[in-house]
Each structure stands twice: as structure tokens, then as C-alpha cells.
Design a binder for this molecule. Structure first.
Ligand SMILES: C[S@@+](CC[C@H](N)C(=O)[O-])C[C@H]1O[C@@H](n2cnc3c(N)ncnc32)[C@H](O)[C@@H]1O
Length: 342
């Protein structure tokens, strides 16, 4: 297969130099002699692109460390194969560079790879929009909770220069830029925290069901308890504050109005899911989780790590080191991560 002309590597980022935007980082593209039909990795060494969730660019930069080679708004290009990156909303796992001779050529090259694409707006917006208009329409209907995440591959692409598309047919998220939207329920839950749990269960493809016992720590006012109960599970809702009365009155919900940190695992009975949305420092939550694990808890865990001010990377690493677990940033998380062990 013919190779597009060699291109200079992306500029290296150094800690002492401010980040360059794409316009500066991408060298002018030499015009290909004929429209290339194929895509080629660029630079030659494997690379991955990581899309930072809104407001998490500096956290993702720090997480990727020396692997970072270039930054285009929220999109970070990093050396090597895809790696765990909790602050990434979406990982472009198989990025390619398409050198395009025209708008039509860009459309043709993207369509030749696969059907479904999501444009990440970056630069050359008019030209990018003209390409996008000619690509097949991809449904972006909000998800009804309970439906599985879309199974059709959804690629991501962006126009870095007028003749240069960065595109990845394979991405970590089934949702456009890792941002699932839901048909919201404005009547049942007492707040919008339920969306975090809806999102987690949808992207992870697992949720509690009838017969499961969920321990909901920091449950007040009751959004998560409402979700868990709605899944058919039994809920033990623990909070120092009182649960919303309508939630507390639902079948299969029992309330313990006390500190979650004073709860002894041996005094709770069988638990299938340990969930926490407690407002506390992550290191305190880590001690709580560790106490449950040390007591022999083998069920599933889903906990929000809430960072107040600076991100606690040491606590992040300690959570990530718990066998069988992972950290992820949900679209509905704020300056938070969700730690799961399934
Ligand atoms: C963000 S809210 C939780 C929202 C909840 N997940 C929902 O869906 O409605 C955080 C909760 O942590 C609770 N909290 C703080 N310290 C706590 C403690 N020591 N024990 C139990 N709950 C605590 C607060 O009272 C507050 O209700």
C-alpha cells in the first residue's frame, strides 16, 4: 500500500514550555501527489489519543506524564499503546492520520474505514462541518436507562489541519466523546445524583438486580437508593442526614441514620454491592473500603472519589492498586472519579 509522505513528528512537550495548540504543533502538510487511499500511523511509533473530560485536562496530562507528545484542546496525543487513563472521557485506541486532498476525499476515506463517526470540533470548523454533513447520520438520542450501551462501533475524528484528519475507528466509549445522555426522570429521584449511577451501570453493563443487597453509604437524599431499588435490589441506606421521606417509604429500602465510618462490616449482614457517594477525602474512603475488604467482603464495589481542591493522585493510585478494580471518570462526575470492583 502506498504510504503518505513522511511527516515531522509532533513537537515534544517539555514541562518548562507551555503547551502548543494544534495550529502551532502541526507542521504544514505537504500536498500528496495523488489522494492517498489508505491511512498510515503517524508518527511511525504507535500512539494513542486521549480525550480529557471537560475540566480534567490537567489531571489527564499529569496522569499520562511523559507519554504526552501533543495537546489539541481536550485531545492529548500520547506515546505508545492505549493505557489506563481514569480522567479520559474517551480513548482513541487506533488513531490514524488521513491526508485528504479535498472535502470529498476526507468523506471517502472516513467512509471507507467504517460507517459511524463523531466529529470532535477543533479547528477549520467550516471545512470539518462540510465533511461531517456528508457522513452517515449517527443517532444521538438520549438513552432510556435499562437499555444497553450502543453496540455499533463509533469512531472519532477531528480536522487538525485543512488536509489532515486524525481519526480512530475504535474508541473506548460507545458514546459520542464519552458523553452519554439519558432520558431524565424528573419525578422519582430527589436530586440528579441518580444520573451518575445510571451512567455507571450503563457503561459497565452491569447492575444489581432482584435478590441483591446494596449498601448505599452517604445515601441522602436518596437518588442512588432510588436507582438501586428501581433495579429490584434491597437497599440499606446509610447517612448521618435523613433520607428523603418518599425514598425511605419505598419497598425494600431500610435506613440507618448514622456515620458510615462507624459501621462495622460484621454488623450489617450479607451485602452484594458496597456503594459510596459520601462527601469525604478519598484517603478516608480508602480506609473504609479497606476495612470492608479486610473483613472478607467479596462483593461488588462502586464508590465516588471526591476531590476537594487538588486531585489526590496518591489515593487514586491506592484505589487503582486494589485487585480487580478500575477508576473511571463518568460524564456525570464533577471533580470526582468512580472506583469500581465488579
Ligand atoms: C453527594 S451526597 C450523596 C448523594 C446521594 N448519593 C444521592 O444519590 O442522593 C453526600 C452525602 O454524604 C453524606 N455524608 C457525609 N459524611 C458522612 C458520614 N460520615 N456517614 C454517612 N454519610 C455521610 C452527606 O450527609 C451527604 O448526604
Amino acid at each position: 500500500m502506498p504510504k503518505p509522505p513522511a511527516r515531522p513528528p509532533l513537537k515534544q512537550r517539555t514541562s518548562s514550555r507551555p503547551l502548543k495548540r494544534a495550529g502551532a504543533a502541526v507542521m504544514p502538510a505537504p500536498k500528496p501527489a495523488a489522494p492517498p487511499l489508505i491511512v498510515a500511523p503517524w508518527p511511525d511509533a504507535p500512539f494513542t489519543a486521549y480525550l480529557a473530560a471537560e475540566g480534567t485536562l490537567s489531571d489527564l496530562m499529569r496522569e499520562l506524564g511523559d507519554d504526552v507528545t501533543a495537546v489539541y484542546d481536550r485531545l492529548i496525543v500520547g506515546k505508545g499503546s492505549p493505557r489506563a487513563a481514569a480522567w479520559a472521557a474517551n480513548v482513541w485506541q487506533d488513531p490514524r492520520v488521513l491526508m485528504i486532498a479535498s472535502i470529498g476525499d476526507g468523506v471517502r476515506q472516513l467512509k471507507a474505514i467504517q460507517r459511524n463517526w463523531a466529529l470532535l470540533p477543533f479547528a477549520h470548523h467550516r471545512r470539518a462541518a462540510l465533511i461531517e454533513e456528508q457522513l452517515p447520520k449517527v443517532s444521538s438520542k438520549p438513552v432510556v436507562f435499562g437499555e444497553p450501551a450502543p453496540s455499533a462501533p463509533l469512531g472519532s475524528w477531528t480536522l487538525l489541519a485543512p488536509d489532515l484528519i486524525l481519526a480512530s475507528p475504535t474508541c473506548s466509549s460507545a458514546f459520542r466523546h464519552g458523553e452519554p445522555a439519558f432520558v431524565e426522570n424528573r419525578d422519582g429521584p430527589p436530586n440528579r445524583a441518580y444520573l451518575k449511577l445510571w451512567e455507571a451501570f450503563t457503561v459497565l453493563g452491569v447492575r444489581p438486580g432482584p435478590g441483591d443487597v446494596c449498601l448505599d453509604l452517604g445515601a441522602c437524599p436518596g437518588g442512588w437508593s432510588w436507582v438501586l431499588q428501581g433495579c429490584g435490589a434491597s437497599v440499606i441506606a446509610v447517612d448521618k442526614a435523613p433520607l428523603d421521606l418518599a425514598i425511605a417509604a419505598l419497598p425494600r429500602i431500610s435506613v440507618r441514620q448514622q456515620s458510615a465510618f462507624a459501621l462495622e462490616p460484621s454488623g450489617v449482614g450479607h451485602v452484594d454491592w458496597l456503594l459510596s457517594d459520601i462527601v469525604c477525602y478519598p484517603e478516608r474512603l480508602l480506609r473504609l473500603v479497606q476495612r470492608w475488604l479486610d473483613a472478607g467482603f467479596t462483593g461488588k464495589c462502586l464508590c465516588t472519589l471526591k476531590f476537594q481542591g487538588e486531585t489526590d493522585f496518591a489515593a487514586m493510585a491506592a484505589f487503582a492498586a486494589i485487585p480487580g478494580s478500575r477508576l473511571l471518570h463518568l460524564h456525570h462526575n464533577k471533580h470526582e472519579l468512580t472506583w469500581v470492583r465488579l
